[in-house]
Design a protein around this ligand. Sequence first.
Ligand code: C2E
Ligand code: MG
Ligand code: MG
Ligand code: MG
Length: 290
Amino acid sequence: HAKDEGRDCYRYFTSVLDETVQLRRQIEDDLRAALATGEGLQVFYQPEVASAGQPVIGLEALVRWQHPTRGLIPPEQFIPIAEETGLIMPLSEWVLRQACAASRRWPDLFVAINLSPVQFRASGFAEGVIEIVRDCGADPRRIELEITEGILLDSGERAGDVLHVLREAGFRIALDDFGTGYSSLSYLRQFEIDKIKIDRSFVQPLGRATGTDAAAVFRAIVTLGRALGLTVTAEGVETEEQKRLIAAMGASEMQGFLFSRAVSEDRVAGLLSRLNGRAQADEAWSPFTS
Ligand code: C2E
Ligand code: MG
Ligand code: MG
Ligand code: MG
């Protein structure tokens, strides 16, 4: 009967709900334990290259969590839980310290670090970042802080002040996943931003028959960014064809699996010599230089 079915349905959903709640609580506990020891957590680094000649110019720090029983959990799964539970604060500080310490190994490169809106809202946030970076002996001018449009939207006026303090200290500010959020163009003038990273959803269709709209949007963002004096980076570059189109449309930097996935700190040196060696070889063989 309908009534019974309804009851079964209800039971089914509450049990699924219980499982979800339990799983989240489990992840929360395990993440707290991981943070206490640092065990299982790692910062990986993905290169960003200059469109011209493709030498590596920077590395984005991306957190990895090898869970003791569940295997590798992607940040998109545990960052939201960390944000809801407040664990994002110690997690972010841990990532920042790791990345700053590591950055001293690559004096010619910038290191990019992702910031959560939750951190951004905390009072004394900018001062905290400045102190940690100083504490690690890192140079703020070689650190890029990646924020998302949501930060600008929900912390309004204060966001401008925070960005100002950070930029005065020497940090560069990048607007991540650009094009996916509200993409209010006035943000780009209103806030002190140095760089926009065009989201990979605009990059992926490039070169495909269905990619003409994405190409038009991509081109418009590049034109706008350059007119405002911003650095424009393309995220998620996976093919030679995308690389060629992006360079032709005038984005000055690229990042994506075509160059490399994020690798552990120990593998960065090897990666740099491989990528920079190839960049030099390309230049030597370029049809334009001969
Ligand atoms: P994001 O900041 O936009 O980072 C880029 C993501 O795209 C990374 O995923 C990277 O591995 C992936 N990616 C790079 N190139 C390609 C490509 O060519 N194709 C495809 N399909 N993907 C590509 P990841 O490492 O899984 O991180 C996902 C998101 O989690 C990040 O997106 C960022 O929002 C967040 N995240 C990662 N680490 C941290 C962190 O330390 N703190 C905070 N607050 N967020 C982080
Ligand atoms: Mg990022
Ligand atoms: Mg991004
Ligand atoms: Mg992204």
